[in-house]
Design a binder for this molecule. Structure first.
Ligand code: SIN
Ligand code: FE2
Length: 227
């Protein structure tokens, strides 16, 4: 398990930390929910190559919510299972509805980082079979939601942030519970599972603070065990 509160770096709501929070620091969001600061930094080149590979095969698209609204976040998937949304609801599919092809393979660097992050957060043996890749532009947001389309609630969610910083909302088990606000920076990895697996979470509208490598974009990918 990560170290206790002394390693906890709180920057509630602040994006004004040039270069992000101290790599190696750990922000505790809940009993079994952590932000592992900068864990992805040593492998960002491999991750970004992986992102390019996935996007070539399965381009980003804006999906519709079951309520018929167009999501401001553009998304795609890799791995055996991919998360999709349309006016009929949310579900995991084995093929990309745009092409009819299987989702692109999960880049090895994604799975390796996910295993490391999960293990650091106390979830040894995590084997993701689904990876949802989100692209945020200035103004993109993700409203509070629970990740509950996965079959196995014992496996955690591992969420990797690249590019522009954003404010992550981490709420409770009811939509109306107050939400913590944590900045997520390039290279940060959030992990939540166990008693915190079903906590509501979301992302505030992203501000345009261009990142040196990714410009006015934030790429986030979440690894899950969906099947
Ligand atoms: C998600 O909830 O799937 C993504 C969260 C994020 O973009 O940080
Ligand atoms: Fe989510």
């Amino acid at each position: 398990m990560p170290a206790g509160p002394s390693a906890n770096l709180e920057l509630f709501g602040s994006l004004d930390a040039p270069g992000g929070a101290a790599p190696g620091a750990q922000t505790r969001m809940g009993r079994q929910a952590w932000i592992l600061r900068g864990l992805a930094l040593p492998v960002t080149d491999a991750l970004l190559r992986g992102v390019d590979e996935v996007l070539r095969q399965a381009p980003l698209r804006h999906m519709l919510t079951p309520g018929g609204r167009r999501m401001s976040v553009a998304l795609t998937n890799c791995g055996a299972l991919g998360w999709t949304s349309d006016e009929h609801g949310y579900r995991y599919t084995r093929t990309d509805p745009l092409s009819g092809n299987p989702w692109p393979a999960m880049p090895a660097a994604f799975a390796e980082l996910a295993r490391l992050a999960a293990q650091r957060a106390g979830f040894a043996g995590f084997e993701p079979d689904a990876c949802l890749l989100n692209r945020y532009e200035p103004g993109s947001r993700l409203s509070l939601h629970q990740d509950r389309n996965e079959r196995d609630m014992d496996a955690p969610i591992v969420s990797v942030s690249l590019g522009m910083a954003a404010v992550f909302l981490f709420g409770g088990h009811a939509r109306t519970d107050p939400a913590q606000r944590h900045p997520l920076f390039h290279g940060d990895v959030a992990v939540w599972g166990g008693v915190d697996r079903l906590r509501y979470h979301g992302v505030l509208p992203v501000k345009d603070r261009p990142h040196p490598v990714l410009g006015s974009r934030r790429i986030n990918f979440t690894l899950r065990k969906a099947g």
